[in-house]
Design a protein around this ligand. Structure first.
Ligand code: PAD
Ligand code: ZN
Length: 383
């Protein structure tokens, strides 16, 4: 293991609302329970944009964003036993401690120390491995920070995934796929034949659609304001689509007058969360995946509670992510979850700010940023 800091190129967010700028930073070597990963590729998720826009609170910068990605282990600290240099890994952005209340209760994705460190922008020991050449400390994002050529992550944040799936696709598994498919399986527990409404079909929502299809849901109605997303949703198994507009509520009622067994909100807006609630049948469940900016409140008609509907959030697929990731990678490798088709743009690190702009404007589905085309198995493309 190299004992010295290495120079890396990484995309830094300096302040709320600022563009991401690629800089040369110093990355300190992994400590005993950490892993140094050469990043092959990373997906650009709306949660990166939320942080950059200040939606997740202040004091989070300067920071290297990126939490969805895959790469190859270059070095591992002396107490790391589950991976070795050369292993292909996907990142898990909740490196659960295994000992806190939530971990013991079987909810490692809600690990409390991991959440605290994520908020602080550090790794699990409360410190950062990232700094500028002048010594300015730089924060980590969700203990990953993979918009960079290399990153150091906690051991539990590097999940071995084998060789079956090209890394430019495996990059999407550790957030979009786990979150979307997991919300269907673990938070909603959609059963065969049940009706599902998916509101918001971007990078994550499309995986909710795939999850609903894998769960053998009956009717799967996809809602988005962008017809291009609706076409992608259809290709992943939506049985019907609806272009969102002012009358979405009425249109959905017309489609299924008795209401849906399940509705998923995958945007992060109070009005569409309310829509998910309103279109349910009695005793149906609205599962909220979208993250609303801090301070946003959601209101419901209290009388609706008599119909025993459930409203629940779903964070990170509501599951033991490290345990589920390899199986999801296998499903993708087997063609059961199509990842290539949800990638609308493949770019280099220098084009990352354009990718953030597309997300802001709602254009395209997932952008994959290729840091190392040999490892990723894919070259960046124009546009
Ligand atoms: P995205 O920007 O790729 O997708 C959002 C989709 O919503 C786009 O297809 C838009 O066209 C569509 N949309 C936007 N506004 C409306 C509207 N008013 N009516 C209908 N459709 C609309 O984002 P994403 O898929 O990367 O992320 C979606 C959300 O999920 C976002 O809030 C993100 O932060 C959150 C998320 N949550 C978790 C979790 O663990 N809960 C994990 C990852 C991402
Ligand atoms: Zn994400």
């Amino acid at each position: 293991m190299s004992a010295r800091a290495v120079e890396i190129r990484a995309a830094v967010l300096e302040d709320k609302g600022a563009p991401l700028r690629v800089e040369t930073l110093l990355l300190d070597p992994p400590r005993h329970d950490e892993v140094l990963v050469r990043v092959a590729a990373a997906g650009v998720c709306h949660s990166d944009l939320h942080l950059a826009q200040g939606h997740l609170g202040d004091g989070r910068w300067p920071v290297v964003l990126g939490h969805e990605g895959a790469g190859v282990v270059e070095a591992a600290g002396e107490s790391v036993t589950h991976v070795r240099p050369g292993d292909r890994v996907a990142f898990c952005f909740v490196p659960s401690c295994g000992e806190c209340r939530m971990c013991v209760a079987g909810r490692p994705h809600l690990c409390e120390p991991a959440a605290d460190r994520s908020l602080a922008g550090t790794l699990m020991d409360g410190t950062s491995r990232l700094r500028r050449p002048d010594g300015t400390p730089i924060k980590h994002f969700l203990t990953v920070s993979c918009f960079a050529e290399r990153c150091v992550v906690p051991a539990a944040g590097a999940v071995p995934i084998g060789d079956d799936l090209p890394l430019w696709q495996a990059a999407l598994v550790g957030c979009g796929v786990v979150t979307g498919v997991g919300a269907v399986r673990n938070a909603a527990r959609v059963a065969e034949g049940e009706s599902v409404c998916v509101i918001g079909c971007g990078g994550v929502g499309l995986q909710v659609v795939s999850g609903a299809r894998l769960a053998r849901a009956g009717r799967i109605v996809a809602v988005d304001r962008d017809p291009a997303k609706l076409a992608l949703a259809r290709a992943r198994g939506a049985t019907e689509v609806l272009e969102a507009g002012r009358d979405a509520r009425a249109a959905l009622r017309e489609r299924l007058p008795g209401g849906f067994d399940h509705a998923f909100e995958v945007i992060g807006r109070a009005d569409t969360m309310r829509l998910a609630w309103d279109v349910l049948r009695p005793a149906g469940q609205a599962t909220i995946v979208g993250i609303a900016p801090a301070g946003v409140e959601l209101s419901l008609r209290a009388l609706d509670l008599l119909s025993e509907k459930t409203l629940r959030g779903s964070y990170y697929g509501s599951a033991d992510v490290a345990a589920e990731l390899p199986a999801l990678v296998a499903l993708a490798a087997a063609g059961e979850i199509d990842l290539a088709g949800v990638v609308s743009h493949v770019v280099g690190l220098d084009e990352i700010e354009e990718a953030m702009g597309r997300l802001r404007r709602g254009e395209g589905a997932r952008t994959v940023v290729v840091m190392d085309s040999d490892l990723a198995g894919r070259e960046p493309q124009d546009g």
